[in-house]
Design a binder for this molecule. Structure first.
Ligand SMILES: NC(=O)C1=CN([C@@H]2O[C@H](COP(=O)(O)OP(=O)(O)OC[C@H]3O[C@@H](n4cnc5c(N)ncnc54)[C@H](OP(=O)(O)O)[C@@H]3O)[C@@H](O)[C@H]2O)C=CC1
Ligand SMILES: O=C(O)CCC(=O)C(=O)O
Ligand SMILES: [Mg+2]
Length: 472
């Protein structure tokens, strides 16, 4: 079945039922070491996972690791340009849950991202990146403990679909000609706009299906959180990209107010209900004026639309959500993408789950990780309905590769997410305890050491792993 790898003779497969993993006591888990700092991080992380599982279950449970290849290491074994061999895909398909180190993607030309390819091949449509503060972690931010968000990033489409044409390419030039001469003039709202002839062109597809399945997972996650964290914020740049990012917002609200009607309230609905609760005799028009501060300057048609909205919300959900009942529901709101970057710094505690499209989530997850201590503390999971691959938010950090210096924390915390996904909470908790203990004792790698006051001597990558195990 495999060309160059041999599966372990012991261990069993993780299977999926209704999108949920069914985990035996000795699951076979494929891992990709990764390029660049993967050589440092992976052995450190694996040591921590094995120690935690051994301590938590005293031999009753064990992960059976299966080394598979991608990136530079794959080319060494399988030959030039064999960056993502069929063996690796077959192993992940067979065993369902995998974990990986970072893989290099060249800028400009060269191969397209292997990381993105894996997400698309296995339809791992939700990229989940929690950004939570570990006590004692040094941070460039004054109040990092106030940030506790989980980024739910759509993981398969947007510009990451990779449909683009180089400037000057034959097809790209043809496309620009068709757009300039036919499609743009046929769309009156585009007026006299034309695409400069020396442009590269990229396509940004945002589908209703892709958006809604992501938001569905985000809302389901919110349902499992404590009441004060039951919020989902739809992040978008819909004021500029109306039919892609704006549509993501609209489809998100549509899903929340149809599939999750009993469980959700939108921010705007909460204002309408709240206004009526404070003043039961409030007229529809006065309520409309209160939810839209620019109401009096609007055209008659727009005013009528807002009054209709107020009336329909009251008709539809006053009985089920009114009289304060909405305060127990999941709050669904939306924020424009640039604004959320400052909001996670100025009002971090007002957010919980941030549901984003692919590119916005990529940017936002690095920024949010920085608030809670940096990319060395940014874990992630790519989840689909029949497979999952866990990986850190960061990349290969090439200047640190092979120096036994980099922080393995993000891959270790990605492993914590994997253990939790598998239902192995005891092992996950031990690792979290170990990380907390090591940080509190000032036993940290260079990235955290340089932020600590007073400064501490940094540990090596491998020493940090040992410190985590000591603090279990
Ligand atoms: N999922 C994946 O596999 C990803 C792959 N990539 C790929 O990685 C390559 C390099 O990307 P680049 O833009 O340099 O981004 P990286 O995330 O690899 O590194 C940027 C900087 O972030 C800090 N950093 C990264 N990882 C860690 C860590 N584990 N511990 C502490 N600090 C860390 C370092 O900062 P400092 O030097 O200041 O300490 C590092 O120089 C590219 O080819 C990119 O495409 C990028 C992101 C994700
Ligand atoms: O695939 C890559 O090289 C970069 C991906 C990335 O930055 C991410 O997923 O956060
Ligand atoms: Mg990124």
């Amino acid at each position: 079945m495999y060309e160059k790898i041999i599966p372990p003779t012991e261990g069993s497969r993780i299977t999926f039922e209704n999108g949920e993993p069914q985990v035996p006591d000795n699951p076979i888990i494929p891992f990709i070491r990764g390029d660049g700092t993967g050589v440092d991080i992976w052995p450190a992380a694996q040591k921590v996972f094995d120690a935690a599982v051994a301590k938590a279950y005293g031999g009753q449970r064990q992960i059976v690791w299966f080394k598979v290849y991608a990136g530079d290491e794959a080319c060494e074994l399988y030959g030039t340009y064999q960056y993502l061999p069929e063996d690796t895909l077959a192993a992940i398909r067979e065993y369902g849950v995998a974990i990986k180190g970072p893989l290099t993607t060249p800028v400009g030309g060269g191969i397209r991202s292997l990381n993105v390819a894996l997400r698309q091949i296995f339809d791992l449509y939700a990229c989940i990146r929690p950004c939570k503060y570990y006590a004692g972690t040094p941070s460039p931010h004054k109040t990092p403990e106030k940030l506790d968000v989980i980024i739910y990033r759509e993981n398969t489409e947007d510009i990451y679909l990779g449909i683009e044409w180089k400037q000057g390419s034959e097809v790209g030039d043809r496309l620009i000609k068709i757009l300039n001469e036919d499609l743009i003039p046929a769309t009156p709202e585009h007026g006299k706009k034309r695409i400069p002839l020396d442009s590269g062109i990229g396509i940004k597809p945002i589908s209703k299906t892709g958006s809604q399945r992501l938001v569905r997972r985000a809302i389901r996650h919110a349902l499992r959180l404590p009441k004060n964290k039951q919020m989902v914020t739809l992040v978008h740049k819909g004021n500029i990209m109306k039919y892609t990012e704006g549509a993501f917002r609209d489809w998100g609200y549509e899903l929340a107010t149809s599939e999750f009607r009993a469980e959700c309230i939108t921010e705007r609905e909460s204002w309408i209900l709240g206004n009526k609760e404070k003043n039961p005799d409030l007229s529809i028009e006065d309520n409309a004026r209160m939810i839209d501060p620019g109401y009096d300057a609007l055209t008659a048609e727009k005013k009528a639309q807002i009054c209709d909205e107020v009336q329909s919300v009251l008709d539809a959900i006053w009985d089920t959500h009114g009289s304060g009942q909405w305060k127990d529901k999941i709050m669904v709101n939306d924020r424009i993408a640039d604004s959320i970057f400052q909001q996670i710094q100025t009002r971090p505690d007002e957010y919980s789950i941030l549901a984003t499209m692919n590119l916005n989530g990529d940017y936002l997850s690095d920024a949010a990780a920085a608030v809670v201590g940096g990319l060395g503390m940014g874990p992630g999971a790519n989840i689909g309905d029949s497979a999952a691959i866990f990986e850190a938010t960061h990349g290969t950090a090439p200047k640190h590769a092979g120096l036994d210096r980099i922080n393995p924390g993000s891959v270790i915390l990605s492993g914590v997410m994997m253990l939790e996904y598998m239902g192995w909470q005891e092992a996950a908790d031990l690792i979290k305890k170990g990380i907390g203990g090591a940080i509190s004792a000032g036993e940290v790698t260079y990235d955290l050491a340089r932020l600590m006051e007073p400064p501490v001597e940094p540990l090596k990558c491998s020493e940090f792993a040992d410190a985590i195990i000591r603090h279990f």
